[in-house]
Design a protein around this ligand. Sequence first.
Ligand code: G6P
Length: 366
Amino acid sequence: GAAELGPYRHYMQKEIFEQPRAIADTLESVSNIMPELFGDKAYGIFKDIDSVLILACGTSYYAGLTAKYWIESIAKITVNVEIASEYRYRDSVPNPKSLVVTISQSGETADTLAALKHARDLGMLHTLTVCNVATSAMVRECELAYITHAGVEVGVASTKAFTTQLAALFLLALSLAQTKGRLNDEQEAEHIKALRHLPVAISAVLALEPQIIAWAERFAAKENALFLGRGLHYPIAMEGALKLKEISYIHAEAYPAGELKHGPLALVTQEMPVVTVAPNDTLIEKLKSNMQEVRARGGELYVFADADSRITASEGIHVIRLPEHYGLLSPILHTIPLQLLAYHTALARGTDVDKPRNLAKSVTVE
Ligand code: G6P
């Protein structure tokens, strides 16, 4: 009820602002990296596996795509990520040395549970879940688990569950790396420090809300939007597009910026806002030339940059800067403004933000 919402207008807004606490709670018992964070038997299992297969749906699937970048980069283990509803019905080549990882807020999504069962029936017996509900079917079914402590998520569009999944998956990448001898003490200490500082860093990004509201008013008048990202932030662009379509009903599509020239550039006109996730990472120069391609066709850019991204606002280029570049954990910070943009755009359009039409919080039937 209204009392529970406090100063917030919707559960989604409240849940967006709960993220510093949700992340802190999820990481609370982590003082150093060790496989046992995932269960007593994790060390032996992590030793044994030679690849990872991630299965999930919706927003949780995008968390999985982000994890692929982290696990391959930090632990040097091959990762495949599959949409659960596809995986369960296709012929695939099982690898008994693969760690099957399901990601689910609810732990009750029918397709993800069925995909897990399918993997097991194929002989893949090492299973781990990242899940927000400790008592769920998913946690019961998996050998190993990391419980995120996002708390109850009411809004149908997932927010704090997603960022806590990312934090847990980053821990998974680090724990796998450590077991495989690919993480030294110094690296471990640096990653722990960055994880610990996340709640403060997220709070600083949440303070950008007034600037995002100003953009949202203009977005509310559009029917289409393009989201661009590269590398680690491509899945974040996908999540941003999903948030916008779920709650504002604006058609939104995400592209890895290097693919623009292979199709979506044909759609770019003055009517097409192009949201760009532009952290100050090694791909920033490439991304800038992708942005030029959009400008040359009259497209209007809405750029989420970092303090030091060296992208300047000009005619048709709007820039909001995140306070700092956050290295490998940057996807968590860059998710926040995209959530706020979707939320305020939906608010301006007057949609039912917490209960968007045709969607359910948890899909427990096929
Ligand atoms: C539904 C929800 C999404 C969620 C997806 C997967 O579509 O509306 O927010 O991402 O299910 O749910 P899960 O509980 O498995 O993460």
